[in-house]
Write a protein that binds this ligand. Structure first.
Ligand SMILES: Nc1nc2c(c(=O)[nH]1)N[C@H]1C(S)=C(S)[C@@H](COP(=O)(O)OP(=O)(O)OC[C@H]3O[C@@H](n4cnc5c(N)ncnc54)[C@H](O)[C@@H]3O)O[C@H]1N2
Ligand code: MOO
Length: 493
């Protein structure tokens, strides 16, 4: 946490669940014991501490999820509420790119490169993005089809049934024409014979002893016949380029005559996990902690449409980092940790040595403000995620997601908005990303949203975008959905 951060205290928010952990200066200036970003204050009566469930939780689920209690929001008059003597934001703060702008810079960086495309068999295309529109190769249905098991009839009844007729089954060539006043048995999916005017369901009909079929309900013209081209005509656009290939799209493509799909090649991404303090197994001990990002970032990037070629652990070794970045031929390198200005924070010096162009160097968002985006070479980028785990998630959603969306050809959905059930306090100047769950028509903010915590986001449906100053109950906010839709082959959204 920087000196500037402490100068940005938001009076009235200290001591609330998770607030101290924001690194936002939500700790008042000079508060003893809070300078390292850890909590030193007792929870306020209406909230809980980040390490315990909310006392106001109203059911077991909410208890487990530890929903955020009400918190003081922005100053009532909307004015700067810093105490006299507290400094204005520093020059460093002004360098931080506003959150929206950071996302659009990342999006532009991703769209600067032409998409690579390929054709693959249907079963290999799940989770890819269509490079060209899906256009029907055939009418659907491709022939007039019976929608029910029963009788094809021609003209008004009763109808004569040809004796010994075995009927028309699905999967056969064009049947004989049906003469007016006659009926023939027909199966669901079978071709309707020329001349047929309706299909009567077997349960709505009876045959008499003299070989005649009678309808037990009124028969309307064309009933239970799916006419050729009802769903689409050959050449119709079924889906636009940019659509995600879901299982339903595979089914539609197959029905429309496709054996393979023209899709965008996934951007290749390499993950470099920095930090000597990280263990890959067992329990934390002697100041060492488990690597939470190695297991999380690769799958998350895959869910965003990336082909993650490797996750390497490079420790806090500046040379190893330099070698790894220089040797990588990935479209995107994602580093974790080492973005700040500590003695072993090697990302900035490495980028400078590599002659990279910093497109975003710090974002006005909490958590995650030290995140960065750099251009290593034309069409090759690096996203530097902060080491604090929720700050890294914030970097994924702010920088990696828009860049990968463009690089993988995905259409940009309209922002999704939802009403906040409870008030959320804000950072005075920066956007906050707060884990939320859906409850009815609202989203409910979760506790355990400190930068070093994953407990909130692991239970969340999305992250609410809380503007500087905070949001009151009932306010409608943008919510960044989490891209979870696991299949046995991994996420495909
Ligand atoms: N002088 C300053 N210090 C810090 C600033 C600042 O602006 N100036 N920002 C603070 C904020 S906010 C964040 S976030 C962190 C970002 O730090 P780094 O990106 O350099 O990350 P590290 O220092 O390597 O690690 C930070 C924290 O996260 C833990 N960590 C790192 N990697 C992992 C991992 N794979 N799994 C679990 N935990 C991880 C690490 O042990 C540290 O506790 O900097 C602040 N400081
Ligand atoms: O708080 Mo930092 O904002 O942990 O990224």
């Amino acid at each position: 946490m920087t000196a500037q951060d402490h100068e940005l205290g938001a009076p009235g928010t200290a001591g609330q669940g998770g607030a101290e952990e924001q690194g936002t200066g939500s700790v008042p200036h000079g508060r003893p014991g809070a300078a390292d970003g850890t909590s030193s204050a007792a929870p306020s009566p209406s909230t809980s501490s980040p390490s315990g469930p909310s006392p106001s939780a109203d059911d077991g689920v909410e208890d487990a999820l530890a929903l955020v209690g009400r918190q003081p929001a922005r100053p009532a008059d909307g004015q700067d509420s810093r105490a006299p003597g507290q400094d204005r934001p520093s020059a460093a703060r002004h360098r931080a790119t506003p959150w929206e702008k950071a996302r659009s810079i990342a999006s532009r960086a991703g769209s600067a490169t032409a998409l690579r495309t390929h054709r693959e068999p249907l079963d290999a295309s799940l989770g890819r993005v269509l490079a060209t529109p899906l256009t029907a190769f055939t009418d659907l249905p491709s022939f007039d089809t019976s929608a029910m098991d029963g009788w094809a009839v021609a003209g008004p009844g009763p109808w004569t049934v040809a004796p010994g007729d075995s009927g028309i089954l699905a999967g056969h060539g064009e049947p004989e024409p049906l003469a007016d006043g006659t009926a023939v048995r027909i199966a669901t999916g079978a071709r309707v014979p020329p001349g047929a005017t309706a299909v009567i369901r077997s349960e709505h009909s009876r045959t008499d002893g003299s070989g005649h079929l009678h309808a037990q309900r009124q028969v309307s013209h064309g009933q239970d016949i799916r006419p050729r081209g009802q769903e689409c005509r050959s050449g119709d656009q079924l889906l636009p380029a940019g659509a995600l290939v879901t299982p339903a799209v595979l089914g539609l493509a197959a029905a429309a005559g496709y054996d393979e799909l023209h899709t965008v090649v996934r951007p290749r991404v390499e993950v470099l996990v920095l930090g000597d303090e990280l263990l890959t197994e067992g329990l934390p001990h002697d100041g060492l902690i488990r690597d939470a990002l190695g297991p999380m970032i690769g799958p998350w990037l895959r869910a965003l449409g990336a082909d993650v070629i490797a996750t390497h652990r490079v420790g806090d070794d500046a040379e190893a980092l330099q070698r790894a970045v220089t040797a990588s031929d990935a479209d995107l390198v994602v580093t974790t940790g080492g973005t700040a200005a500590g003695p072993v924070d090697h990302v900035h010096p490495m980028l400078s040595k590599a002659g990279a162009e910093l497109l975003v160097d710090g974002v006005a968002v909490r958590p995650g403000h030290p995140m960065l985006l750099a251009r290593l070479a034309p069409g090759r980028h690096l996203v530097g995620l902060p080491g604090n785990p929720l700050a890294a998630v914030s970097g994924l959603l702010t920088l990696a997601e828009p860049l990968l969306r463009q690089r993988s050809g995905q259409a940009t959905p309209a922002p999704y908005r939802a009403s906040l059930r409870d008030e959320v306090h804000g950072h005075p100047y920066d956007t906050r990303l707060v884990p939320v769950v859906h409850r009815g028509d609202s989203v409910v903010p979760l506790h355990y949203h400190g930068p070093a915590m994953l407990r909130g986001v692991a239970a969340a449906d999305g992250l609410a975008v809380v503007p500087p100053g905070g949001s009151g109950a009932g306010e409608v906010l943008e919510v960044l959905d989490l891209p979870w839709l696991p299949t046995s082959e991994g996420c495909f959204t």
